[in-house]
Design a protein around this ligand. Sequence first.
Ligand SMILES: [Zn+2]
Ligand SMILES: [Zn+2]
Length: 693
Amino acid sequence: MPLSDAKTDDHPYWVRVVVDLPLQGPFDYRSDEEISVGTRVIVPFGRRKLVGMVVDCPQVPAHDPDQVRAIESVLRDVEPMEDSWLRFARFAADYYQRPLGEVILPALPQPLRRVSDYQGKRSGAGPVARLDKRRVAAAQPLEPGFAPALNQAQQAAVDAVGAATGFAPTLLFGVTGSGKTEVYLHAAQQVLAQGRNILMLVPEINLTPQFERALRARLEPATGPGGVAVMHSGLSDGERLRAWLRVRRGEARVVLGTRLAIFAPVVNVGLIVVDEEHDPSYKQQDGLRYSARDLAVWRARDLGVPVILGSATPSLESWVNAERGHYRRLDLTDRARDVEMPTVRLVDTRRLPMENGMSPQLLEAMRRRLDNNEQVLVYLNRRGYAPALHCASCGWVSQCPRCTAYTVLHRGQFGGHQLHCHHCGYQRRVPPACPDCGDQDLQPMGRGTQRIEEHLAELFPQARVARIDADTTRLKGSAQALFDRVHAHEIDILVGTQMVAKGHDFANLGLVGVLNADAMLFSQDFRAPERLFAQLMQVSGRAGRHTGHGEVIVQTGYPEQTVYQALARHDFAGFARHAMREREAASLPPYSHQALLTAESRELPEALAFLQQARASAEDVLQREGTHELVSLYDPVPFRIVRVAHVCRAQLLVEATQRSALHTLLRRWLADLNALPEARRVRWQLEVDPLEI
Ligand SMILES: [Zn+2]
Ligand SMILES: [Zn+2]
């Protein structure tokens, strides 16, 4: 007999269920069997059926029991989620102001939350049973990886982490090449030897499979073959489900993953590691807009375990936490291989004749390195041939019809030129003549990686030039193939965007040239200098990692700026001191706490009107709470790129000197927002601790 028809009026069980909908929830259901918290169920919702999760088992339902519907079925193919995991999800929902269901369900692999996987024609016993039935080849034991001896600073760091008990946040501050990974690996081995498990977050995995291989080779001798599970957004549904199940069942003892892995159901956690903790990719930019780094610290505190945040250029948030004594800071000051840091030269472009965006100094240095059979990296964080196309006769500039942005000129492999919008994906062929005045002489404006690659091939005809950016690495495996060619020294000059800055160890690279760094310097975002410093430090770290006489040439029109001066001295601490003073004076994070309400609509006035109403409603809440002195509400303003794909965007910034005052406001305020008159005409989003403003 189907559950829904069961006569359970005598002694029904009541369960509270969350589903993945933008509704606050949870929702009460009736069941004729006992179900523990953390179990997935299929429930009727309106006319649909949804997979949900039981989060509470109340004695009585919140509404008239006769109105409460029965659950459809109980999914027992996975153990109920652990209490600590549910606690973690609850914290994330509360902190980021999202319904609990929108945290819990998206954190599960797709097949575990799709009704059709359980009730469709070919569903059988569900995706877990189907997966378990397949014969999957057993993981092969790997050759144990070579473990280099630790230097003194590394050993001290490993000892300090090993000696920590309970929640112990450590900021591992180490220059590029100082061997932070070795510290993670040794600390991980200690934890595995104690029988406990590890969660390790990295900003990016797709691009660095060699890191994954090295990690497996080092840790699988302790965990057994297949003991390391990898989680990132590039996995197929099936791969992700398999990895997730191995973690949930405790078969995989190390989880290596990108930001989404912070929600991995790791059991018996003994250590959490966040590598490159400053990296913006730890921030989720849609849906639940969480910071995996911040959640990692919370999870470690809740579980009472150590957490290591590693970086050569820590976020100012973490740096200040260390200065205040909340985190312990451990410094790795020397390069592990005992080679010198690269020399950084600032080339002032204001007084120089430039050749296609490159200074005589840079070209001369390139010539020297190439003659010496070394490799050169030219770094330009702007893909395409030129940022825009323009008409010198009338001033026309190629503009996206759907966005307030220029379209970028791209040269096709076989000569066909196109204009691409990097914001909405719009593409068109280059017009044969100016659409406004008919002049046929349309010129590229500025330079992207494609154009620099072309110039370098002309300037250095003997050199083998290659480009690594999002355009040349679209196909699966193509990035790895390009990197392999660099490692094999089949490439002399590499032109690349920030894709090349992360984590690659090019043995023969002697010189890095940085073009157009200033583009980031005067951005309106107050975090821009911090991000620029981190990016330049990271890309500089590619030079001379093995040879020891590496050189970095940064072309800038503002060499006197602190960010460049500090970079030339490899002085993150000096840069941080300066940036902290500025932030403190302006009362910006980490000296204040922010939330950002954004609104989207067809017409900008609608979005602005909604934000005005929202602002008035927030003022009311602050007056009622008596907290208006702790919280500032800014005026609603349009985004810098106000229209993307025909949608206009505006934002309202909220800033508080006290975290608790901010969160009290958000809780009350959020309940009011949907009732505002303009709310029906806009899409709105609230982001806590926004990274970009
Ligand atoms: Zn024209
Ligand atoms: Zn566009």
